[in-house]
Design a binder for this molecule. Structure first.
Ligand code: F6P
Length: 365
């Protein structure tokens, strides 16, 4: 039976209830449903708000029929579920003819008085622009890539790292049995967070990340050194966005799937693992295999850490709405959740720092 908890709120509060829209944009990640659940729970029960789900990311504000009320029954039981009950898309209203006007018009038509945008840098950049246009918006940072400037962690990242670490553990036993080099390609776009954290946790023998363009001669020298020490297998973790130095591209080249770009101008990465495995086999004569983890890193149930981080972000975001503190996103600094201005993160990327890389480097080769 569907329970309409809103009826429990005093009639006077219902009449003046603030209408808050929630959307999830960009690539999905585990933990999105924890955020939505927390927003609905505290928004409805504590503040007496009416929560609206905006479906398919920003697309939901550009088409008809994608803004629907979200009650407690809709958001119950979703905490362990991966993906997003609100669906998502990579839509940039500012790149579509008339997109900005459509978004503003739809917010007005649906009487959405405050908006919570849950997404990566692209979604939050759109939120920042809308705020400048007068929309009361707050953000929540999500992405498996952990690349959002201004926060120590995005939710979804911990789950992705755990999935990649488990894969590396499993690849160890088969690599060792066959005396092979196993190259594991992980996601992360133009940062190496997933690669470095899963590689470190999984005991990888080499980790290649976008922040450090790779010279394959040096990579092979280190693998050879390891094998000369008596090890006859190696695990190499490669971030999809790593730049490989070649004589033609001394600063490094990125391997892309095809030339296509999305509405935010991102190329589709992927394939560098194959290139690295082939080069290692060619240069060293060690039998090599490649595993591309791909979207497995984004699927399935969130870890306890991501469920709790998502829950804390969701609660904080609805509190920001309640305080009337718009133009900010919920961020993790140390162990505290704080408000960071959307304009502070806009256009920036959080990359792996040198100290962290140097720590991982101790275990290379
Ligand atoms: O931003 C998250 C991410 O998974 C990146 O790591 C990856 O490059 C990209 O999205 C893949 O995008 P799509 O789901 O559109 O293939």
């Amino acid at each position: 039976m569907r329970v309409h908890y809103l009826l429990a709120v005093e009639p006077s509060r219902v009449e003046v209830a603030l209408k808050v829209g929630v959307l999830t944009g960009g690539g999905d990640c585990p933990g999105l449903n924890a955020v939505i659940r927390a927003i609905a729970r505290k928004g409805i029960i504590r503040y007496g708000y009416v929560i609206y789900g905006i479906y398919n990311g920003w697309k939901g504000l550009m088409q008809e029929g994608l803004v629907r009320p979200l009650d407690l029954a809709d958001t119950s039981g979703i905490l362990p579920r991966g993906g997003t009950i609100l669906k998502t898309s990579r839509t940039n209203p500012f790149k579509i003819d008339g997109g900005q006007e459509k978004v503003l018009e739809n917010l007005k038509k649906n009487n959405i008085q405050a908006l919570i945008a849950v997404g990566g840098d692209d979604t939050l950049n759109v939120a920042a622009k809308l705020y400048e246009l007068g929309i009361k918006v707050v953000g929540v940072p999500k992405t498996i890539d952990n690349d959002i400037f201004g926060t120590d962690r995005t939710f979804g990242f911990d789950t992705a790292v755990n999935i990649a670490t488990e894969a590396i553990d499993r690849l160890h036993t088969t690599a060792e049995s066959h005396n092979r080099v196993m190259v594991v390609e992980v996601m992360g776009r133009h940062t190496g967070w997933i690669a470095i954290e899963s590689g470190l946790a999984g005991g990888a023998d080499m980790i290649l990340i976008p922040e450090k363009p790779a010279n394959l001669d040096e990579v092979c020298t280190l693998i050879k050194r390891r094998h000369e020490r008596g090890k006859d297998f190696s695990i190499v973790v490669v971030a999809e966005g790593v730049k490989i130095k070649t004589p033609e591209h001394p600063e490094g080249m990125v391997v892309i799937k095809d030339g296509s770009v999305d509405e935010f101008g991102h190329v589709r990465l992927g394939g560098v693992g194959n290139f690295v495995a082939q080069e290692i086999e060619k240069r060293l004569g060690f039998e090599s295999r490649v595993v591309v983890l791909g979207h497995i890193q984004r699927g399935g149930s969130p870890t306890a850490f991501d469920r709790n981080l998502g829950t804390r972000y969701g609660l904080y975001a609805i509190d920001l709405v309640h305080q009337g503190k718009f133009g900010y996103f919920a961020a993790l600094r140390g162990s505290d959740i704080v408000a960071v201005s959307l304009s502070e993160m806009a256009g920036k990327t959080r990359t792996v720092d040198d100290d962290f890389y140097r720590m991982a480097e101790v275990f290379f080769g």
